[in-house]
Ligand binder design. Structure first.
Ligand code: GSH
Length: 281
């Protein structure tokens, strides 16, 4: 597992880098962004928080727009921001739509050809990437991990976190797709990647996971009430109701006037990092 460093810059006393490596699960080169806080640069073992981005994003969007580094440096958190899908697979239609194929991996392991040969973001994020980090960064303490994300990445954070509570000790999300089986973005992606059998969708649906007994420590969700995708695609009330029914602790904060953009994420990222720090430090 050879890592190629694409860039590195000093940032708030830490190191902000982009790396590339060959991924078995994703059948090709994948990039990720890693912020190592000053404590980690000095050789201390520090926790890791993974941020999963939304549709159309790469590892770069969160890195350059969210402004997470200042507080991550203060708290001593490593921050990982992976890409959102495999790239350059040569699959017909791969680059045609913004909500399916490249930039839209939906953090699942596809079972349908031709996607199943590379579109395995669930096991890439939860198994392969942690192995890559373990081999290359002694200063990342993988026994203390949190996971968060935005929109499609919020769906990824909720589902990966809920399915792996021993690994991810804290979960948070911005504007997440909480019930993909019930909204157009999720239905399109799941039909294409997983097929028509809705039984197989439940493993990748945060609302269904909570209702079937999956649990995490307290989950924090921020959602702007001026988000253009709120009513049709995000529907946080479905997850809130499932959490209430199932007894899952959830803090859902509706934030007046905020939209779906990274300006919203930048506004509340500090609260999310402190939420993770409470569980990880
Ligand atoms: N309607 C938009 C949907 C894409 C979108 O809003 N993506 C969000 C995540 S779901 C995002 O983070 N975009 C990249 C950015 O703002 O940097 C499009 O057609 O591109």
């Amino acid at each position: 597992m050879v890592l190629k460093q694409i860039s590195e810059a000093k940032c708030f006393g830490g190191a902000q880098s982009i790396f590339e490596h060959h991924s078995e699960r994703c059948n090709g080169a994948m990039r990720f962004s890693l912020f190592q806080p000053p404590q980690a640069v000095r050789g201390e073992r520090r926790p890791l928080v993974t941020f999963l981005s939304g549709l159309t994003c790469t590892e770069e969007n969160f890195t350059v727009k969210a402004g997470a580094q200042r507080v991550a440096a203060e708290l001593g958190l490593n921050i990982l921001a992976p890409d959102t899908s495999p790239r350059n697979q040569g699959i017909p239609g791969e680059d045609e739509s913004y909500d399916f194929g490249s930039g839209a991996g939906f953090y699942l392991d596809a079972t349908q050809a031709p996607w199943s040969g590379a579109y395995r973001m669930y096991s890439y994020i939860s198994v392969e990437l942690p192995q890559v980090l373990a081999k290359n960064f002694e200063s990342i303490d993988l026994s203390r991990q949190g996971i968060m994300g935005h929109s499609m990445g919020g769906h990824g954070a909720l589902t990966i976190g809920l399915r792996n509570p021993e690994t991810y000790l804290s979960i948070s999300a911005f504007s997440p797709i909480v019930a993909p089986s019930q909204v157009p973005w999720g239905q399109k992606a799941f039909t294409g990647y997983l097929g028509e059998d809705r039984q197989s969708w439940a493993d990748y649906d945060a609302t269904a996971l909570v209702l079937s007994g999956h649990r995490s420590g307290g989950i924090l969700i921020d959602q702007g009430d001026a988000d253009q995708f709120l009513a049709e695609q995000l529907r946080p009330e479905l997850f809130a109701s499932a959490c209430q029914t199932a007894g899952q602790e959830l803090e859902l904060r509706m934030q007046a006037g905020y939209d779906h953009s990274y300006y919203f994420i930048a506004t509340f990222i500090e609260d999310h990092l402190r939420h993770h720090a409470t569980a990880l430090l």
